[in-house]
Design a protein around this ligand. Structure first.
Ligand SMILES: *[C@@H]1O[C@H](CO)[C@@H](O)[C@H](O)[C@H]1NC(C)=O
Ligand SMILES: *[C@@H]1O[C@H](CO)[C@@H](O)[C@H](O)[C@H]1NC(C)=O
Ligand SMILES: *[C@@H]1O[C@H](CO)[C@@H](O)[C@H](O)[C@H]1NC(C)=O
Ligand SMILES: *[C@@H]1O[C@H](CO)[C@@H](O)[C@H](O)[C@H]1NC(C)=O
Length: 809
């Protein structure tokens, strides 16, 4: 994420009075209103509609006997005994809320808006503008099957999961007179004209298994399905949006004006002017299906974006990346792979031209066209002809192969994909969405609280959890972690065969002397032991630490896994939350480094015995600020290493690693890795101390970088280091360094860009490495190989970030 208290008045746009965004902002933003202002102020979108009511009408909670589904789903039927351990009222605070318990009827006739909004807000939760972030009021808001009529927006709150019954998808249907920015408004604009939350800080939220129906709303009124400016650890999964496809339609399915996201998968949108009208620093979108829209995807702006498995059909333009026009392109880069475009006049509309700037960088790999007139259309006509054909690999922008920059536009040879990474019988990469166990009966689940763990944040739950995990794996049960904070004082071992799913991101919090030695790494969660094989599915959870824990390796994955094993929406959150004792009080930025604020040896280690590891939407985050401070106050907590990959056959879809001392991602002796989008941030305290001088000494067994060959300038933590590894393809990377000792003067575009000298290092015997659409911020040398710079920032200026479209050794 990017901490956003920095000057928001870097240009006249942010300082000008902003109108409240009440109605949909549908007019294609002009370049003058959408210029990126800074890394976190990207767009200014004005609308002339009148403000919508900010108050949620209150309805009395009505008892109802209609809360259950006809088609059952275990998540609704299981006993709800999750708690918010650090809430001020843990005994009364409700994590799980069924909208029908709050009076929603779901009968397609009653206006359910107020009831749904009450289900979200109930219990003293923080709404938009009431607080920047918070961890003490998690909630699942559950929709049984039914049709829920709404007349104004469902106002989404922070740390909320809106979940429908996947076995009978509930429909949220707008009335004809609907008003509001989005049937679901993920970041409601306030009367002061600003978003409720800084969009780069909206974490820990999901929308799943819903259908949004906008067809009652007249086609010519602007209308939006989901307004979703959001940050990391957010996801939309299994959602259908139906828009008007009548001629002249002004509807849009998903509207994202900015943020630092994010992940989306399995979304189907029909109709509209724009299926998706979206801008953000970076995002990963998978299996996005859009048909019958004028423009399927309108890319407002970005630094980088990875689309995998797009299916765009029956449109005028499938993907418009030309916003701003030739001289002022607002789209930094886009990578599209494994996609199908059908019956569209144009696949990609671009404004790229060969220049010293690299805005508009584009990579297309393995794209099937069926009846597409023009594949790539530039400002003066066809660049790549369409037809019914397959684009094996095509790109434009700056390339380094390995030297550069060379402006290129055209086909090139795609890297050979390791067969171990492919879906069976296909040339596409393997993918798998988060399991929701929708066909499993309730008898398949064992609740961790029923099994004796408390989740109260203070009791030592280690042995209760371990015995539940061991017996569930042998009996084939799925372990349900009720919401809560589970304190553990020793390693939890996930045996092969484990299936583990959390309720509203329960927290496993490591604490105590076992984890207290900086020279003795101990796993908190150990996924299989070295030499073991089998399958694991793990989703919706957070791993954290409490107090001084410099020996904690939050996740250690040793398992040689069966196909389909992985982690979905599992995050590390190290420091910066109530209960961690690693907050403003203990670890203010003004304090000298102390053991009290040394909080993790490593976020995640995929060891050399591990194979077939699938990570999707995983954010490994050392806190840069205190999520429970009223003003998002920055803190200095110190963790050693981010994600170390030593294994083989690894999928990293939509992952991010932030603020670790020695590196964020390190691939060392790794084999067969597909990754995209990957995103990193350097610790804000660096270079005082810098990567080599921080509290965590290097460990040669782990091949830590020692920074002895660092180029001149600040030797801050590497974002990505690839050492002695083979067959690595990165489909989109954003490696950012915004700060030097909490000051951003080193990252003010276009110059200076010198928060650190280098951030991406390729070393040793590494071979078959390809990195597409690499963006950096605040970095002087964008690519360094064995101590020699291959690419400097001044040759690759783009948007706020500098971008290289294509790098290979
Ligand atoms: C996001 O866009 C809104 C609307 O223009 C603006 O008020 C806000 O400052 C932007 N936030 C960031 C983090 O760029
Ligand atoms: C194509 O989309 C238009 C709306 O843009 C719709 O009216 C038409 O029915 C669609 N055609 C097909 C074959 O789906
Ligand atoms: C690239 O983006 C920068 C920053 O917005 C802008 O100043 C520049 O004109 C753009 N260049 C091109 C070629 O679009
Ligand atoms: C170095 O890493 C190895 C492998 O994880 C570990 O066994 C050893 O304890 C570590 N040593 C130190 C001093 O951190």
């Amino acid at each position: 994420m990017l901490f956003a208290t920095l000057a928001s008045c870097l240009s006249f746009i942010a300082c000008a009075p902003t109108q409240v965004l009440a109605g949909p902002a549908l007019a294609r933003p002009s370049s003058s209103t959408l210029k990126p202002l800074a890394k976190h102020t990207s767009s200014s979108i004005a609308s002339t509609s009148s403000p919508i009511a900010l108050e949620t009408p209150v309805v009395a909670i009505q008892a109802t006997s209609e809360t259950s589904d006809d088609v059952s789903y275990w998540l609704a039927d299981i006993t709800h005994q999750g708690i918010a351990a650090f809430n001020s009222n843990p005994s009364t605070y409700k994590v799980f809320r069924n909208v029908k318990d709050y009076g929603a009827k779901g009968d397609g006739v009653t206006d359910d808006t107020a009831a749904i909004n009450l289900a979200i807000s109930d219990g003293g939760r923080y709404g938009p503008a009431s607080r920047e972030t918070s961890t003490t009021t998690p909630a699942i808001v559950y929709f049984p099957e039914g049709t829920y009529l709404i007349s104004t927006s469902i106002i989404d709150y922070y740390f909320t999961q809106l979940i429908g019954n996947p076995n009978s998808i509930p429909v949220i249907k707008a009335t004809a007179g609907f008003t509001g920015l989005g049937l679901i408004d993920g970041d409601q604009y306030q009367s002061d004209g600003g978003q409720g939350w800084g969009s780069t800080n909206v974490f820990f939220r999901q929308i799943r298994n819903l259908k949004l129906d906008l067809t009652n709303i007249p086609a010519t009124s602007g209308a939006t399905g989901i307004h979703w400016p959001t940050g990391q650890a957010s996801s939309i999964q299994n959602v259908e949006i139906e828009l008007s496809s009548a001629s002249g339609t002004q509807h849009q399915g998903i509207f994202i004006e900015n943020g630092s996201g994010g992940f989306l998968t399995d979304v189907t949108i029909t109709g509209g002017l724009y299926g998706a009208n979206i801008g953000n620093q970076q995002f990963t979108m998978r299996n996005l299906v859009i048909s019958d829209a004028v423009t399927c995807i309108s890319q407002i702006w970005d630094w980088g974006w990875t689309y995998q498995g797009l299916k765009l059909s029956n449109c005028t333009t499938a993907l418009a990346v030309n916003n701003g026009g030739a001289g002022d392109q607002l789209v930094g880069s886009v990578t599209v792979l494994d996609s199908t475009i059908q019956d569209c006049s144009t696949f990609v509309a671009t404004a790229w031209a060969s220049s010293t700037f690299s805005n508009g960088s584009l990579i297309l790999e393995n794209i099937v066209l069926e009846d597409v007139t023009v594949a790539v259309k530039g400002t003066s006509g066809t660049i790549l002809a369409g037809g019914s054909t397959t684009i094996s690999a095509w790109g434009q922008g700056h390339k380094y192969t390995p030297d550069g920059p060379t402006n290129f536009q055209g086909t090139f040879t795609a890297p050979t994909r390791p067969s171990a990474l492919l879906a069976s019988g296909s040339s596409n990469y393997y993918t798998k969405s988060k399991p929701q166990y929708e066909t499993s009966p309730i008898a398949s689940f064992v609740s961790i609280r029923t099994a004796g763990a408390t989740g109260d944040g203070s009791t030592d739950d280690t042995s209760a959890i371990q015995s539940a995990l061991t017996s569930a794996a042998s009996s084939g049960h799925i372990v349900y972690f009720d919401a809560g904070t589970y304190k553990v004082t020793d390693t939890l071992y996930f045996p092969p065969g484990s299936r583990i799913v959390g309720e509203a991101y329960p927290v496993i919090m490591a604490s105590g002397s076992v984890f207290s030695t900086i020279s003795k790494p101990i796993p908190v969660v150990q996924v299989g032991k070295s030499g073991e094989s089998g399958s694991i599915e793990w989703s919706d959870m957070i791993i954290s630490t409490e107090g001084s824990t410099p020996g904690a390796v939050l996740i250690e994955w040793n398992l040689a896994a069966d196909a389909g094993s992985g982690m979905w929406d599992v995050h590390t959150r190290i420091g910066g939350f109530t209960g961690s004792e690693q907050q403003v009080a203990q670890c203010p930025t003004s304090a000298a480094v102390s053991t009290a604020c040394e909080v993790a040896y490593m976020s995640m280690h995929i060891t050399s015995t591990a194979s077939d590891v699938y990570l999707e939407n995983v954010w490994l985050w050392t806190a840069d600020h205190d999520l429970d401070s009223a003003e998002n106050t920055q803190i200095s907590v110190y963790s050693g290493r981010g994600l170390l990959v030593e294994g083989k056959n690894i999928w990293l879809y939509g992952t991010a690693v932030e603020h670790h001392q020695l590196y964020q991602y390190q691939f060392s002796g790794a084999n067969n890795v597909v990754a995209g989008f990957i995103q990193t941030e350097t610790p804000y305290y660096q270079p005082s101390p810098n990567a080599a001088n921080g509290p965590y000494p290097t460990n040669s067994t782990l091949n830590d970088p020692d920074y002895s060959t660092c180029l001149s300038g600040n030797c801050d933590a590497l974002g990505l280091r690839v050492l002695d590894s083979e067959d690595i393809v990165v489909y989109g990377a954003g490696l950012y360094s915004f700060f030097n000792d909490y000051s951003t003067t080193c990252s003010t575009f276009p110059t200076p860009e010198n928060c650190q000298s280098e951030i991406f290092s390729v070393e040793g015997t590494t071979s078959n490495l390809v990195v597409y659409t690499l963006s950096t911020v605040g970095v002087t040398n964008m690519i360094v190989k064995d101590g020699t710079s291959l690419a400097v920032v001044s040759d690759n200026l783009a948007t706020y970030a500098a971008t290289i479209a294509y790098f290979t050794l």
